[in-house]
Design a protein around this ligand. Structure first.
Ligand code: VAH
Length: 319
């Protein structure tokens, strides 16, 4: 059985849906510290879980016979810079609870890392799996800590710790949670509603990005990969890298009137300028067969179709 923490963020619900198709509804338990919307309750098992409450987590793991833990609870890059103390508590103390729980109960553990685990002194174009990592956000620092702790406990105690560094994830049905790549989701909603997007990054800020279904598929394929195939515990995964201007141009092939004004905000522009421009994910492709399905044109086509349908169903006007 799988327990997903931070399940109501950008990634949890979609991953649960994909896992439930393969392993059955009752075997995938979504959790968060917030009450879910009705449709999430109706999808399958949901429980309250606070990653800062070790006893609560242990009870969930034992009572539900959990064997895999997917740890999505975290404060992302920009929101973490606005609340460093909380980000450190959730991203580091929460992680330690999950690591201890995994060791105590012989759980297999997936923890996501991010392009944000690199910093200005890392090679940026491309960033390889193994290189200098001196990130300049509490989010990045906490994710490097997660990578190092997971790898240490794997080598010392045999913990099956697995970690993927995600690019910015572009999703139609869920909102991102306060990251630096969030513009890449908002621009689609703006294109179909007001026709105008105000971008908080410069037009030429290139960042690694991925369609959410590629992100979920990579996670599941990686979790299923035989241990013998893994030469690393933490892997970069990539699909594409684009700038705000490039994604705007691709959207204009469908909606020619999209207007974008660039109004860089210092915090998120500084974060983005410290991150990799492109990822080298050759180890993931070689070791466990990673291959993305969505490039920029497929992503734009899918996002516009999904959001158009959403707005129509909600009785909202669509451009
Ligand atoms: C963020 N979307 O922007 C998250 C992610 C790769 C970026 O970690 O913080």
């Amino acid at each position: 059985r799988v327990l997903i923490t931070g399940g109501l963020g950008q990634l949890g619900v979609g991953l649960a849906e994909m896992l439930r198709k393969q392993y059955g509804k009752e075997n995938i338990i979504l959790s968060d510290i917030r009450r879910p919307p009705a449709e999430v309750y109706n999808m399958g098992p949901f429980v309250y879980a606070d990653v800062l409450d070790y006893k609560n987590l242990r009870e969930l793991v034992v009572n539900n016979r959990i064997t895999w833990l997917v740890h999505y609870s975290a404060l992302l890059s920009a929101i973490g810079e606005a609340n460093v103390a909380l980000a450190r508590t959730i991203n580091i103390t929460g992680l330690h609870n999950v690591l201890d729980l995994a060791l105590e109960n012989c759980l297999r553990l997936f923890v996501p890392s991010t392009i944000g685990a690199f910093g200005p002194s890392s090679p940026r174009d491309p960033a390889p799996d193994l290189c200098i990592q001196r990130p300049r956000t509490i989010y990045g620092v906490s994710k490097v800590h997660a990578e190092l702790m997971g790898e240490y406990l794997h080598h010392k105690y045999g913990l099956d710790f697995r970690c993927l560094r995600y690019p910015g994830v572009v999703s139609a049905h869920t909102k991102p949670g306060g990251g630096t790549t969030d513009y890449a989701v908002q621009i689609f909603h703006d294109a179909l509603s007001t026709g105008h997007h105000e971008c908080y990054l410069r037009s030429n800020t290139r960042l690694p990005m991925m369609h959410i279904s590629d992100c979920h598929r990579a996670t599941i394929e990686f979790m299923q990969a035989p241990e013998s195939q893994l030469s690393l515990r933490t892997y970069n995964i990539a699909a594409m890298s684009f700038t705000p201007e490039e994604v705007a141009e691709e959207i204009r092939k469908h909606l020619p009137h999209l207007r974008v004004t660039y109004n860089p905000d210092t915090i998120r522009q500084t974060i983005a300028d410290s991150w990799p421009v492109r990822f080298d994910d050759s180890n993931a492709r070689q070791d466990w067969g990673w291959k993305p399905a969505y490039g920029l044109s497929e992503l734009v086509t899918d996002m516009l179709a999904s959001i158009r349908e959403q707005r129509t169903n909600a009785g909202l006007p669509v451009r």
